[in-house]
Design a protein around this ligand. Structure first.
Ligand code: GDP
Length: 368
């Protein structure tokens, strides 16, 4: 049938037959399977890491972070093989409350040490809140503008899945992989809000606490335990109108530290002021860190601390695996619900309920 627009009345407006709609799929690719990314073997991972291939390193870290049981075994093998090539680095923990200037400072610190000392820097994180917030720290790489594009740096956000212990273990294993890949400076960032500092402290050689001068009562807000962990306290944002307040805060911290006994390392923690944003006082901080390294390497504490950390992590792993084995046990899961009910109704005491659950678990293991 003739199209109505081809009528005389529409002279000049001729409708031609259109061309056929091309297929959305390129015909040359039809029938061909999409190539799947080849699964790497343990040796592929290890060889890639030892060559310093950052793409393979990233894939290996993803494997370490995976919650799939088949990945766990593979990851452990890769770590085991990388272990002899690890350890040759300095590991620095950097902690501070949100807004203290961690990312600004790490950017400035990182560029400083890379320029001054050479080598390669990996920036990792432990963020216990990341499961809920999907990574509140280091989630956004643009926070460290200069380091992100630096060819000698590797930035990896916090693993997200699992308990703090699990997250920390993964970060520790990532340190091994990074060191095997030739990263000789490792920064581990954490939010200064409590338990995560202990986790970071248990995997670094130097623990740097970032503070900012506030209203003069900053000492009240920080827990004694965290101050005791610090090998250095640095007061950020010492610029503009803030210089006097920062110096005052530094004096407060110095006085407070005098009240603590000398740490096991024999190193008296220092307090310095700086400005991450304007790049002031950065050199002094890193001179202090390297002075500490020389000091503890000479008195044997460096190796002692690493050995103690290895022991700590063996126990942590045992605890984590026992806990998982118990709580992931099907029968235990069922009985746990029942016991909770009984406790809520006052039918059983917590202690007896716990004993019965554990008995069930041990009996199962014996019969296995
Ligand atoms: P984070 O949450 O600890 O990672 O802190 P950020 O690095 O994101 O910094 C928080 C805010 O403090 C930002 O607005 C920064 O620009 C500012 N800031 C960071 N370092 C300094 C500094 O040395 N001086 C001043 N005046 N502001 C800073």
């Amino acid at each position: 049938m003739e199209h109505p627009e081809n009528d005389e009345a529409y002279k000049g407006l001729v409708v031609n037959a259109g061309i056929e709609q091309p297929s959305a799929v390129n015909p040359y690719l039809k029938g061909r399977k999409r190539p799947k990314r080849a699964e790497l073997s343990v040796n592929d991972y290890v060889e890639g890491i030892l060559k310093g291939d950052v793409t393979i390193l990233s894939q290996a870290v993803t494997l370490v972070e995976s919650v799939l049981p088949q990945h766990f075994a593979l990851a452990q093998e890769v770590i085991e093989k990388c272990l002899p090539y690890s350890g040759n680095s300095i590991r620095i923990g950097i902690s501070g409350v949100p807004g203290a200037g961690k990312s600004t400072s790490i950017d400035a610190f990182g560029i400083h040490v890379l320029e001054e000392k050479g080598g390669k820097l990996a920036v990792l994180a432990i963020d216990p809140s990341s499961e809920k917030t999907k990574g509140s720290i280091l989630g956004d790489k643009t926070r460290m503008e200069k380091l992100t594009i630096h060819p000698k740096s590797f930035i990896r956000p916090s693993p997200t899945a699992g308990s703090l212990g699990g997250v920390a273990r993964k970060t520790r294993e990532t340190i091994v992989l990074c060191e095997a890949a030739g990263f000789d400076k490792i920064f581990v960032e954490t939010v200064g809000v409590g338990q995560s500092e202990t986790a970071v402290h248990s995997m670094v050689d130097f623990f740097l606490l970032l503070q900012v001068a506030g209203t003069g009562d900053e000492l009240q807000g920080i827990k004694r335990g965290i101050m005791e962990m610090a090998d250095g306290i640095v007061i950020n944002k010492c610029d503009g109108d803030n210089v006097e307040r920062s110096n005052l805060a530094a004096a407060h911290f110095r006085n407070a530290l005098h009240l603590f006994p000398l740490p096991e390392s024999g190193w008296a923690p220092q307090v310095l002021t700086y400005s991450g944003f304007y790049g002031l006082g950065i050199k002094e901080i890193w001179d202090m860190v390297y002075e500490y390294m020389d000091f503890v390497k000479a008195n044997g504490y460096f190796q002692y601390r690493r050995n103690e950390q290895n022991k700590y992590w063996m126990y942590e792993s045992i605890n984590e695996q026992l806990r998982n084995s118990f709580y992931q046990n099907e029968q235990i899961c069922k009985m746990l619900q029942l016991k909770e009910q009984q406790i809520l109704c006052g039918q059983q005491t917590s202690f007896v309920a716990a004993k019965e659950l554990l008995d069930l678990y041990y009996n199962q293991k014996e019969n296995f």
